[in-house]
Write a protein that binds this ligand. Sequence first.
Ligand code: ADP
Length: 483
Amino acid sequence: MSINTRLVLFLTLGVGAVMLIAIFLSLRQREAALESALSDELRAHAVTLQIALGESYQSGRTADAQRLVDLLHENSRVYGVFLFDENGDLRSLSQIVTAAEFRQPPELKMVLERGEPVEFVRLIENRKFLSIILPIKLADEKRGAVEIVKPLALIENDIARARLNWLSTTLLLLATIFLLVFIVLRQDLSRPIQALLVGARTLGRGDLSHRVAVKDSHDELAQLAAEFNRMAENLAEQRSAAQIQTEIRLNLEKELRHSERLASVGKLAGGIAHELGAPLNVIDARAEQLLDGSNVTVEKRIKNLTIIRTQCARITHVVRQLLNLARPYNIQFEEIRIGDLIKSALEGFEGNKTIKIEFEANDDLTILGDSDFLRQVFFNIFHNAFHAMSAGGALKIETSKTGRDNKNFVVVEISDTGTGIAPDNLERIFDPFYTTKDIGEGTGLGLSVSRRIVEEHGGVIEASNNAADGASFKIYLPANKEI
Ligand code: ADP
């Protein structure tokens, strides 16, 4: 229910309730006043009649008494007049009520005994009447009584009319109040609130150009609307300032990325030039020796040709790494025992006497993957670890199983005791071309290629520094079966 409706109802009901109480009290007062007027009138008639009848009876003019009763009855406000003798028997009555219909009121006995008037309300033919019984002197020692009865309907009609008047006035007043309150609230409360609501919603949707109409009056709602517009203005200014800032930052980032890319490309070009240039020089020198020396021994020729082949292999390696980064992978999935794969990747490193390798293969852990691609991953990581431990150290490889994102994975954790990775660089080591190695020693492609291979297998690769020294790499590969 809206505030408007609630206020209208509340005010109308409140005013209505107060008016009803006022009407009730005033009706009660009117009722009491009418009752007392009727009672006064009745008593005045009764006393007059008491005196007149007393005199008529005492002077033996009983016919006068009956005429008096009849005359009084002609008064339209008198229902009936009854005359009782000393025994309480009906001696005379106005014509409208027959003796058979008439019933002696119980109060009569009290009046005859005590000689005091009694006023009471009595029922005749299911109608209410105000009645008064007065003692009259019939003879010297004889006390009779006279009763005058007036219908209470006389005042009931007045009361009903008064009620109707009050009710119609109340209804008219209530309708007027309801209408006035409704119009005023709708104009001064409901409409401004509705406009503010629409404004807040529009602002919430991001349209900061929306403004609320401000009324000329200086009431609280007009002030609120003005404040709302000021807030929208501020927000719009802040947004445009933020947009300008973002644009500046984006441009800066773009420039930075561009220069970083240029630097990376330069570094890569330098690395490639060195990586390819050095073996090409060697090949050139050895080929020249083979061409020139007619008296070159067979051993020397074999040696030169072997060196040429080794250098070609070096060139092929660099080219393959570059290709690996660019081409789409055609991964051939097969069941692989992770222990066997690690062992085969370790083969080239086992001759190093300064680095201790700790690894125990677990034959139960198998994955689905391409062993050629994955061997490259482990080879790269081992190669980096050995490079970081050029002064010697230990390489520890542990395999285990774990759950991650509701899937089962085989985890290979490779930790070394080498130089570790500067915390700022942890984020960057997987970027292509990122390397801290000297030109010719690294191209910065190994980890980026490795991450791509692992992700193509549905796995994850993470790097961190050890608490003591060195770095750790964790490779998560989806397990072959539920393990
Ligand atoms: P590259 O080996 O050609 O430099 P990578 O992508 O394999 O390229 O490695 C990127 C960089 O990550 C390395 O230059 C090195 O700075 C850092 N890095 C990788 N592994 C390790 C490690 N085990 N210890 C210290 N630094 C490492």
